[in-house]
Ligand binder design. Sequence first.
Ligand code: KIV
Ligand code: NA
Length: 263
Amino acid sequence: MRTTLTALQAMRNKGEKIAMLTCYDSSFAALLEANGADVLLVGDSLGMVLQGRETTLPVTLNDMAYHTACVASGSGQAFIITDMPFGTFQVSPRETFVHAAQLMEAGAQMVKIEGGSAMVETIRFLTERGIPVCGHLGLTPQSVHQLGGYRVQGKGDEAAQRLLRDALALQEAGAGMLVLEAVPAALAAEVTAALTIPSIGIGAGGACSGQVLVLHDMLGIYPGKKARFVKNYMQGAASIADAISRYVAEVKSGEFPSQEHSF
Ligand code: KIV
Ligand code: NA
């Protein structure tokens, strides 16, 4: 049987780290879950690592549904989260529900939505109607043009307080999980301690309830710019399976991320 959100919440409550990786196809879905990944994130990062686009902005709902179906058919145990792509969740809660339903029909067990307090109403609308939602705060790549580049977020007192308030507001609205991307480790620790739902870090230090990396980054096959928090697990690995199981082991033990991969 597939991992449930309840099981992931229980892991967080016991202090067992959640190992997540992005995944876009059936062969990797099978390999990732066979090597211990708890959660597969069908990320809109596919726009960059599969489609070769400069940002995640051009990714469509159909792209996300297609790759979700591929991941779902290649796996049988891992929990599947799918990103709602740019433009499909900002207009209204009702419209968002229709789009999220398409991703759930394709095989997602939860959808992920970027953004803070502006998303509260939509997250409440979805979660009250049976669609689990994962929030995403800090560096939200769909807002790259607004943010002025891919840079660390939540620096300074005011920004940190806003991020903490947003995290609590998303949880209160019904979010069942929260991704924190590129935020200072100390802030992510504070947010994680304030929340009862699991936090998943990427460039957010070791205190989060779990970790995620983009698959193509951790395998060292993405030709674009590499973020500081990325670790190449193919270095010294005998195979892709070996690299993945080492990532999972290092997340579970807390060895990853070290300070070198944090802010
Ligand atoms: O699209 C993606 O891969 C993501 C993760 C980096 C969190 O949103
Ligand atoms: Na994403």
